[in-house]
Unconditional design. Structure first.
Length: 140
């Protein structure tokens, strides 16, 4: 059974993220299932630190972007989702290629969502695992 309360359209989700940090870094939503959402990111000069490795802060931006977007798609039309807490553990370095992140829910309460976001290198090896807590706010 699907967790999405909003009709999921990858193109619309990518359009929503134009002209902000998400598009500047090249984060692109690519796939979804009944209870997961995936995005990709090219490791290049926009996303590396001075030593040529994927910047840990960019991994954090990708995790928060993916989890927040997933929460937004689980919200009612009168609600918004805002990041509350992010914990990220970097398991290994990534020097090049396209990385993929997958968000899956740990818990979806009415006022708070918790997501696990695992990021994978091109060999499908996890290089980062994040937990994101998202506050669900009802619009006034």
């Amino acid at each position: 059974m699907t967790i999405w309360k909003t009709t999921l359209n990858i193109q619309e989700l990518n359009r929503l993220c134009q002209n902000c940090a998400v598009s500047h870094l090249g984060i692109e939503f690519v796939r979804f299932g009944e209870n997961w959402l995936e995005a990709t990111l090219q490791v290049d000069q926009r996303t590396t630190q001075p030593f040529g490795l994927l910047h840990g802060g960019v991994s954090a931006v990708m995790a928060e972007t993916l989890g927040s977007a997933a929460s937004l798609l689980c919200c009612e039309s009168n609600q918004i989702a805002v990041g509350k807490e992010l914990n990220i553990r970097h398991l290994k370095a990534v020097k090049q290629g396209v990385v993929t992140a997958k968000a899956q829910p740990i818990n979806l309460n009415t006022d708070e969502h918790i997501w696990e976001i695992t990021q994978y290198n091109e060999k499908n090896e996890p290089f980062s695992i994040a937990t994101l807590v998202v506050k669900i706010i009802t619009k006034a």
